[in-house]
Design a protein around this ligand. Structure first.
Ligand SMILES: [Zn+2]
Length: 229
C-alpha cells in the first residue's frame, strides 16, 4: 500500500512538472513571436545609413530618431487620420525619446515637435503608436506630440512649433494619400485630438484645440498646390 501511494505522489509530481514545462514553453514561444515582430532598429543607436533609410520611408522633416518598442508592429489599418497631442511640458526631443523608451510608461507617438520646431520620430508611420487612449484611433492615425512654451493655462505652443506642425501634417497627408484634413470636433473627422478618446486628459490643451480649424485650412491650402508650399 505504502509503495502504491509513493508511486501515486511521484506520478503527480511528474504530471505537475510536465504541465509547468508545457506552460513555460508556451510563454517563451509567445514572447519570442512578439519580440521578433519588433524591428532590430528599435531601442538602440542607429548608424547614419539606417537613419537615412528610416527617414526615407517616413517624413523628410525628421531631425532626430529615437525608436521605441512601445508600439504595435505593424499598425492594423491604413493611415487615414492625424491626431494632435501636446507634451504638457517643454521637453527636448531626447527627453521625450528617453521617456518613450521606458517600458513602464507604455506610451509613445509617431512624431514630436520641440519648441524650436525640430522634429523627431519615435514610432515609424508603418507601426501603431500608443498615444491616444484608443487602439482604434491609433491604428489609423499618425500621432504628433507638440512641446508647450507655456506650462499650464492654455498650454501655448511656440510659433516655430505651430508652423512645423502644419508642414508636418501636410507632408503626412501627401505621402499617405489623405486628400483633405477635416476637423469635425469629434472622432468622426480625420484630424482628431487625444481628449476625444479619454475624459482623463485635456490634451492637446486649449491653445492647440482652438487652432484646429486653422491648422486644417493651412494644411489643405498646402495640399491644393502642386509643390506643397
Ligand atoms: Zn495626448
Amino acid at each position: 500500500m505504502q509503495t502504491g501511494k509513493k508511486k501515486n505522489s511521484y506520478g503527480s509530481v511528474k504530471a505537475l512538472l510536465l504541465g509547468f514545462c508545457v506552460v513555460a514553453c508556451f510563454v517563451l514561444i509567445m514572447a519570442y513571436i512578439s519580440a521578433s515582430k519588433i524591428p532590430d532598429t528599435v531601442g538602440r543607436t542607429l548608424t547614419a545609413a539606417e537613419q537615412q533609410e528610416i527617414t526615407s520611408r517616413n517624413s523628410a522633416l525628421i531631425d532626430d530618431i529615437w525608436l521605441t518598442a512601445n508600439a504595435d508592429f505593424p499598425r492594423g489599418q491604413k493611415i487615414q487620420k492625424i491626431t494632435i497631442h501636446h507634451m504638457a511640458g517643454n521637453f527636448t526631443l531626447e527627453q521625450v525619446g528617453k521617456d518613450f523608451a521606458a517600458g513602464d510608461r507604455k506610451a509613445s507617438s509617431n512624431y514630436a515637435i520641440d519648441t524650436t520646431g525640430s522634429v523627431a520620430l519615435y514610432v515609424e508611420e508603418a507601426n501603431r503608436p500608443w498615444s491616444s487612449s484608443s487602439k482604434e484611433n491609433d491604428d489609423m492615425a499618425v500621432t504628433i506630440e507638440v512641446a508647450n512654451d507655456t506650462i499650464g493655462g492654455d498650454w501655448h505652443v511656440s510659433d516655430a512649433a505651430y508652423e512645423k506642425l502644419i508642414v508636418l501634417c501636410a507632408d503626412i497627408c501627401r505621402r499617405n494619400g489623405i486628400k483633405k484634413l477635416v476637423f469635425t470636433g469629434d472622432a468622426t473627422g480625420n484630424l482628431t485630438l487625444h481628449k476625444m478618446f479619454s475624459r482623463k486628459t485635456e490634451c492637446p490643451g486649449a491653445y492647440l484645440e482652438s487652432k484646429m480649424d486653422d491648422i486644417a485650412d493651412a494644411v489643405n491650402q498646402k495640399l491644393s498646390t502642386s509643390d506643397g508650399k
